[in-house]
Write a protein that binds this ligand. Sequence first.
Ligand SMILES: Cc1ncc(C[n+]2csc(CCOP(=O)(O)OP(=O)(O)O)c2C)c(N)n1
Length: 580
Amino acid sequence: MTEQTTGGALIARTLATLGVRDVFALHGGHLDAFLVACPDEGIRLTDFRHEASAGHAADAYARSSDTGFGVCVVTAGPGFTNAITPMTSAWVDAVPVVFIVGSPPLREVETNPLQGGIDQIAMAAPVTKWAHRVTNVERLPDLIEKAARIAVSGRPGPVLLDVPIDVMFMPVREVMFPVASRPVAADRPAPSRAATERALALLAGAQRPVIIAGGGTVFSRCSDSLRRFAEATGVPVAASTMARGILPEAHPLYVGGVASIGGAVGRGAAPDVVVMAGARAGMYLGGRAGSIIPADARVIQIDIDGGEIGRLRPVDQAVVADCDETFAAFADACGGFHWPERQDWVQTLNAGRRPFDPLFADAPKETRPGVLHPYHATRAAMDALEDGTVVVIDGGESSGWASVTARSAGPGLCMQNGYLGCLGISQGMAIGSAIANPGRPVAIFSGDGAVGFNIQEFDTMVRHELPIVTIVLNNACWAISRRGQDIVFGENRRSIVGLANTRYDQVATAFGGDGETVDRYDDIAPAIRRALASRRPTCINLIVDPDVVNPAIPAMVGDPSVPDQIMIPYYENIPVRRDT
Ligand SMILES: Cc1ncc(C[n+]2csc(CCOP(=O)(O)OP(=O)(O)O)c2C)c(N)n1
């Protein structure tokens, strides 16, 4: 490099060399030297109305784009603090996102400068794999490459580079380590022969084996090897919320979400051998209660991070390796074992795939004139989507309705609130998915509470002409919150759980999108089809009944009639020993 450039231009060039084509951002003067250089490097900027959405977009983009990681660039101080939420979400869900943030000039530290006075590195450290301030412009290329390499290698996760404005605007002629290659780790750890043999022996000897695919399968891009192994052995595959679509929805061995396993456990047909494939133990897999992975099941756990193995319960076979390498090795070696026919077991699992269908079979589609049944409304809207639609789910009870009816178009193409349980992810994730998958329609299913956090992103959808349909399940309350209060304290003690009957469709039209309110069941599918056909950002405001209880919620809160317990909604209730 001989011509003079700036730190910002060097960041753009380095990102482009790493294969980055899209950056999710919101303006700040600290970033200008970078922003103006992006067109020269073929980098498209998608600009948001709130940094949280930009971060969630980068997260969604990482899940389904070829680049393999997302990039979010925000300004110093408030831009950074607004991005802490998506950073944390990417941290708890292990999603590779590179955050680049501005900061005040190095030469003005401790002078109470604009948008400064905080230690952004210290604040980001607990929720990133690596957080670093670049203090020398010549080091930008190698430090950016290092950041990307850390984000994608091993257990993926977010990283943060803080670039002071004087480094960003600094002219530079020579750099220390020019970037010439992509950062993705070339080699992924494969399982040992012994671990493979023992895992296969356990599985082949099982009566009711099942594979639970988790987020790790999405980032190891293991659909093909997983499918090869499942087909060779007849072992069914369920997916965590992050891994939905890892096999095609219609694949004979794909049994949908883990609710299908929970249903089988409830009917007395528990799995006896469970493969946790890049699926971390935690609340979404039944926590310590064993409602999905029974305590007496034998467990084979595959994870690239050995520290994850054995969380919450001992495992019978640990495989510290990449999921794709592991399923490829399993598929190659499985011929040495006998694999019995398991059609009945697959059918048992499939019976629980839509657990609310039998519960609401007789419920009216409209609970009273102008008010829809939330499950039937969600199901009708979901079933009206075109094949291939990306689905993003956000909210409380509404998320529960949508989750059990969702179909995924492929890995990373169906998303919902992760372990941060963060409301307001949907608009950012939908926009990131639309950018990563041009031409594909995207549908949001959101509670009316959740949709409010980042409602201004209708503007981003309109300016960038993105075909996103936002379906609001409008019950004029924070229903899941209300439910918890009702169960623990009684209906007459509700506190701050009400919302107004807001016309969210009119919010969309005010921003230049389309919108309509739907309160008749028969109008749902035509409205969704119209919205999808228009390829315009559209909001469909579905009026749903706040009094229909999602059965998953009381189950989570617990039974108040149980004596001697302290109720802790959404967590384990605490038994109290009565000393007599
Ligand atoms: C950012 C954030 N704020 C608050 C909460 C707490 N919370 C969890 S669910 C929920 C209510 C969700 O209401 P809504 O989105 O309307 O969905 P509904 O339950 O009504 O279907 C709240 C307030 C949260 N998880 N995230």
